[in-house]
Write a protein that binds this ligand. Structure first.
Ligand SMILES: Nc1ncnc2c1ncn2[C@@H]1O[C@H](COP(=O)(O)OP(=O)(O)OP(=O)(O)O)[C@@H](O)[C@H]1O
Ligand SMILES: [Mg+2]
Length: 267
């Protein structure tokens, strides 16, 4: 369904003419149709850079992105994106936010309003359709952003730390909602998170990335049964997988931490 073939990206530093910042290095990954794949790795390792490349938001990179066997460059109608930061439009109501992409596609007002309200109901915001983002909590705003991506029915949904700004309990509830939606809509999901438990709870496979530049360190298969909900956190297999994931990431996280420290101290 989605193939990343040896993706690399180096940011050049304007005016400095130096070697640039290598953010992603030779990442290759095949994602099956309907699969839920998470990417985890230390802060600043290159996860957003990678996901932006897949979303077609960056065109200056090496390697290939293929969807259904076809080479893709730039935006693709079958790829939806939920951003790391709050991306709702403050001047539009929840319903108008969700409608936005449909309006861009030229859908008639009545049908786009209907789809938008349906999608808001699906993410549990049916009665908040006419509220503005400022009247919603952070978790609710993020659900609006998720509904806005889902309403376009992309085959592939990319989510960059969609629950990064919400508290732990809301995060678990939103994760359960996402599992339910994915079962219903059968989408292929690539999900970036820092939360190891969340990655294990939601995913079919978890990709552990190295410190910058992001390379694939290892891929864990999560063979917990589906349909799933947060009760998988009680199973011994869950704990083993989270521990294994931390084992893979510990060194990378420490490396990132020490590199930042030595930059600060000038060592
Ligand atoms: N537009 C840019 N220009 C120059 N460097 C950039 C740019 N965007 C990102 N970088 C650098 O690339 C590296 C990877 O950044 P990226 O945002 O992909 O990390 P991340 O893994 O998503 O981090 P986090 O987990 O904190 O969101 C960082 O060192 C960052 O400073
Ligand atoms: Mg990021």
């Amino acid at each position: 369904m989605l193939v990343l073939d040896s993706i690399s990206k180096t940011f050049s530093q304007p005016g400095e003419g130096g070697p640039g910042v290598a953010a992603v290095s030779a990442v290759s990954l095949d994602v099956r149709k309907g699969e839920f794949v998470s990417l985890v790795g230390p802060s600043g390792c290159g996860k957003s850079t990678l996901i932006n490349i897949v979303a077609g938001l960056t065109d200056d990179y090496e390697g290939r992105v293929l969807i259904d066997g076809r080479l893709v460059r730039g935006r693709h109608p079958e790829v939806g994106m939920v951003f790391q930061e709050d991306s709702t439009f403050p001047w539009l109501t929840a319903c108008e936010n969700v409608e936005f992409g449909l309006r861009m596609r030229g859908e008639p007002a009545r049908s786009r309003r209907e789809s938008s309200r349906e999608m808001l109901a699906l993410v549990g915001l049916g009665s908040f359709a006419d509220r503005y983002p400022a009247e919603l909590s952070g978790g609710m705003r993020q659900r609006v952003a998720i509904a806005r991506a889902l309403v376009l029915q992309p085959q592939i949904l990319l989510m960059d730390e969609p629950f990064g700004a919400v508290d732990e309990q809301t995060r678990i509830v939103l994760g359960e909602e996402l599992l339910r939606l994915q079962e219903q809509l059968q989408q292929t999901l690539v999900f970036v998170t820092h939360n190891l438990g969340e990655a294990v709870t939601l995913s079919d496979r978890v990709v552990a990335m190295t410190a910058r530049p992001a390379r694939i360190k290892d891929v864990l298969t999560v063979d917990l049964p589906r349909p799933r909900d947060s009760s998988v956190m009680e199973s011994p297999q869950y704990s083993l997988l989270v521990a294994r994931l931390w084992q893979l990431l510990r060194e990378e996280a420490l490396h990132t931490f020490r590199a930042a420290e030595s930059t600060v101290s000038g060592a």
